[in-house]
Design a protein around this ligand. Structure first.
Ligand code: CA
Length: 359
């Protein structure tokens, strides 16, 4: 495929993303609202309940993070380990690896379905602390893990019963880890998407990943082989997070995303991806007259590459953003001033209300 393919399709993509042709002489398009792990500000992330609640809040897309199980099923969850959101340590003691963590890929779907899911927590010795205090209480009610198929069937079912056209926004988590386990999570993801009709840009879908090499493989090998052409989103991480690791002299080290911020970096990304998904603070810098667009934001604009930053949380504002004292301030900066084309949020109702009120 020629690199130009991506750029020439960006305009078309905006048509399909909104479900209607862009009106002539209209103001700037409103950003896409992406429900980050569902309505995760209100119910445990990635549960079907959190996705159903998100659906009712009318986002444009609902996100699914994906990890493989032992029997090659795509499980909708954020981490490659089960420790932070389930009771796995109690239910399957002795199944942790040497590093003390319980890996999703070591459990079958049948086993995973036996786990209770709760709000994200951190363990300190015997006690546990809720990651976001004030969110849904720990261990209350009854939630479980689900597969990508189950979630797609629910969203497509709701599209049928309620009549909206809400899209999906799956993320392939840590393909480098899955490859080291002898698994091909990207191919499995594409197979499921293909089976459910997400094959090209006529459907409301974006496919995201933090791994540039895997996205290039999806773009140039897997999708052409499978007769697919989905819009791809290059997520941009801080190097220290270890979202992608590479082997060097027998050790795993964190991949460096520095090249994406350098001159010409995003030109390379635009050859295989249609959108970038950076950490929100990467799009701003401190200027003489307050917060301004960063080089990354300016480069993306020059290339016509939409930006879908993460993560907008009404209960946890980013640190070190001078003058941003409320969620509305934050939305005003990113939607009003920086004019982002989409945003991932734990509180899709708040973002939808903000967008509606400013129209
Ligand atoms: Ca994600």
């Amino acid at each position: 495929m020629l690199p130009i393919r991506k750029r020439t399709l960006l305009a078309l993509l905006s048509v399909f993303a909104t479900g209607m042709p862009a009106p002539i002489c209209a103001g700037p398009a409103e950003p896409l609202v992406i429900a980050h792990r569902g309505a995760s500000g209100y119910l445990p992330e990635h549960t079907l309940e959190a996705k159903a609640l998100a659906y009712g809040m009318r986002p444009d897309y609902i996100e699914q993070d994906l990890v493989l199980s032992k029997d090659d099923r795509l499980i909708v969850m954020h981490d490659i380990t089960l420790d932070a959101v389930t009771d796995v340590a109690k239910r399957f003691p002795g199944r942790a690896r040497d590093d003390g963590h319980f890996y999703t890929i070591d459990f079958t779907l049948e086993e995973l379905k036996q786990l209770r899911v709760t709000e994200a927590f951190e363990r300190n010795g015997q006690s546990t602390t809720q990651k976001y205090p004030g969110r849904f209480p720990l261990w209350k009610s009854s939630f479980q893990l689900s597969t990508l198929e189950e979630e797609i069937e629910m969203i497509q079912g709701l599209n049928q019963t309620l009549g909206y056209d809400i899209g999906i926004y799956p993320e392939i988590k840590k393909p480098w880890f899955h490859h080291r386990e002898g698994r091909d999570i990207a191919r499995r993801t594409l197979e499921v998407l293909h089976n459910y009709g997400y094959r090209d840009r006529t459907q409301k879908v974006f496919l995201q990943c933090f791994d540039p090499e895997e996205l290039q493989r999806i773009d140039s090998e897997l999708m052409p082989q499978m007769g697919m052409d989905l819009p791809l989103v290059q997520l941009v991480a801080e190097n220290r997070w270890g979202e992608k690791q590479v082997e060097q002299e027998g050790y795993l080290i964190n991949y460096s995303y520095d090249w994406m911020h350098e001159p010409g970096g995003l030109d390379k990304v635009a050859d295989y991806a249609d959108v970038i998904g950076p950490w929100a603070v990467m799009l701003v810098r401190k200027g003489d007259s307050g917060l301004q667009a960063s080089q990354l934001r300016l480069s993306a604009k020059r290339l016509g590459l939409p930006v879908h930053p993460y993560t907008f949380r009404a209960d946890t504002l980013p640190e070190n953003l001078d003058g941003i004292g409320s969620f509305d301030d934050l939305l005003s900066l990113f939607i009003g001033q920086l004019a982002v084309e989409g945003l991932f949020t734990d509180h899709p109702d708040r973002v939808r209300t903000y967008i509606t009120d400013r129209q």
